[in-house]
Design a protein. Structure first.
Length: 195
């Protein structure tokens, strides 16, 4: 089994790279998807988030209003770190469990850890190689605005709240410049996978 850690800032295209790898037969473990599962109503992470940030972040069905919560945390380093701490431990545990299940099933292909925040424990320490996806900030802003139906100021704030791309690059074994069309990106990913 080979574990590829794929990361990058919001709007850079890490999930697109992971989707391409999935098309090529890789098993993808998506941290964002897991974080949505562990923050469902009644789950321990949900309880802790509501306790810390208040019931006003909930929708009528008791699910977390991600946009409201986002507005609360993305302009406060302290609040953002608290939210990350609550969610990360549970996401990392689940990712490790999924890897263990694949190992026990005898899987010997490629596993992709699709992770927005390149934490040391549970990502950098278990990935055989780290691929960082980068893209010019202006393009990232456009993608985030389009994808999330977000105002420019909110998209810029979201990008600023994350690690600068230079910090992601320092962690990389491979840097993928995602400034171009889908076919170009597919060729890059295929070339990396087959090298």
């Amino acid at each position: 089994m080979k574990i590829i850690g794929v990361t990058g800032g919001i709007g850079a295209g890490k999930s697109t790279v992971s989707a391409i790898l999935k098309e090529m037969g890789a098993e993808v473990i998506d941290a964002d998807h897991i974080s949505r599962i562990v923050t469902q109503p009644g789950e321990p992470a949900w309880k802790e988030i509501v306790e810390h940030f208040g019931r006003e972040i909930l929708l009528p069905d008791d699910t977390i209003d991600r946009k409201k919560l986002g507005r609360k945390v993305f302009n406060s380093e302290k609040k953002r770190r608290k939210l990350e701490k609550i969610i990360h431990a549970r996401v990392i545990h689940e990712m490790k469990e999924r890897i263990k299940s694949l190992e026990e099933a005898g899987y010997d292909g490629i596993v992709v850890l699709d992770v927005p925040i390149p934490v040391r424990e549970g990502f950098l320490d278990i990935a055989d190689t780290v691929w960082v996806v980068v893209c010019p900030d202006e393009e990232r802003i456009r993608r985030v605005m389009s994808r999330s139906k977000m105002e420019r100021a909110d998209a810029e704030s979201r990008i600023r709240s994350q690690l600068p791309q230079e910090d992601y690059i320092k962690l990389a074994d491979v840097v993928i410049d995602n400034h171009g069309d889908m076919e170009t990106l597919k060729r890059k990913v295929s070339g990396l996978l087959n090298s």
